[in-house]
Design a protein around this ligand. Sequence first.
Ligand code: SF4
Length: 64
Amino acid sequence: MKVALERDWCIGAGNCALTAPAVFDQDPDDAVVVLLDESPPETERAAVEQAIGRCPAAVIRLLS
Ligand code: SF4
């Protein structure tokens, strides 16, 4: 699985880090998303798909 995101459009809502904490975190300075693992294991797919659905800025994409 491949994950990509557009950090410039992130509004720092934090839903992704709450939903998939193994894949996403937030920068402690500006709360912008940090991609911890751009190739997470398949066991994270459901959490990543939930994070995509819960991102209010729609900046997370699943590439494979
Ligand atoms: S849920 Fe979306 S807007 Fe919120 S921190 Fe994550 S990527 Fe940014």
